[in-house]
Ligand binder design. Structure first.
Ligand SMILES: [Fe+2]
Ligand SMILES: [Fe+2]
Length: 251
């Protein structure tokens, strides 16, 4: 069955650490309709962002980017965003929703960085204790609200294909293989809850460098995938959307 459209995706490329070349990105030309990059491009330093921009400079399809925790390291995401959008193919989604038309199909993407806190029934709960812990919970709620608001816009618009993109993991299924002690620092099921409510066709995430590859079905019936660079043996991942709106991952 010929796919309706193909999405290329990757994350956690950490271009300041890994020797990634331009052809890693330019391979998507002619093979995919859209490229999604789910955060941790670098450590947020201007020269590293410029290096990343150079690496994606030969990509000639729309590129959708969210931030990861490493991109936030310099505490100046507005500056990082301004640098990234100097490439006119790039759209940055930080609690935002956007829509693309590919071959007459409307593709909606809701993206946010996300945060940690763990997974139900063992997630961080309540709002009592040290200020630092309150701030931690506040950050989770803030990121969930950002993602939720982008997903609400998606629901209002009702595109043909719905995609959610977070850096932090929204589901346990995409971090299996990591130490369970690390789970609170890898993602939050609160992100997964809003993604499941939105009934997206695909949820991609990164951050867990030792997570599973492949396409997972979550307990709530969502196709989810960890598109991390190391998780996927340094390969770009391609998702084909079929006419019944199911998705097939091509490794
Ligand atoms: Fe990473
Ligand atoms: Fe990360």
């Amino acid at each position: 069955m010929k796919p309706l459209l193909t999405i290329a995706a990757t994350s956690d490329i950490h271009v300041n650490k890994y020797p990634i070349q331009r052809d890693f990105f330019s391979q998507v030309n002619g093979k995919a309709d859209l490229l999604l990059i789910a955060g941790d491009m670098n450590d947020g330093i201007e020269e590293q962002i410029q290096h990343f921009l150079d690496l994606i400079s030969e990509v000639k399809i729309p590129i959708f980017i969210i931030f990861g925790n490493h991109d936030a390291n310099e505490n100046d995401l507005p500056k990082a965003r301004n640098l990234l959008v100097s490439n006119t193919y790039v759209t940055v989604l930080d609690g935002e929703y956007t829509e693309s038309r590919v071959k007459n199909i409307r593709v909606g993407i809701a993206g946010a960085k996300g945060f940690g806190g763990g997974f139900a029934p063992n997630e961080l709960r309540g709002n009592i204790g040290e200020q630092m812990m309150k701030d931690f919970r506040k950050e989770i709620d803030c990121e969930v609200e950002k993602l939720g608001s982008a997903l609400e816009k998606m629901a209002d618009s009702s595109p043909d294909i719905k995609i959610a993109m977070t850096h932090w993991a929204p589901f346990k299924e995409v971090i299996e293989g990591e130490h369970v002690e690390l789970y609170p620092f890898l993602g939050s099921s609160k992100l997964g809850d809003v993604i499941e409510q939105a009934k997206v066709h695909l949820a991609i995430s990164g951050h867990a460098h030792v997570g599973p590859s492949g396409l997972r079905m979550t307990s709530g019936g969502i196709f989810a995938s960890n598109v991390g660079y190391l998780v996927n043996k340094e390969k770009m991942i391609f998702f084909d959307f079929l006419s019944d709106k199911t998705v097939k991952r091509r490794d």
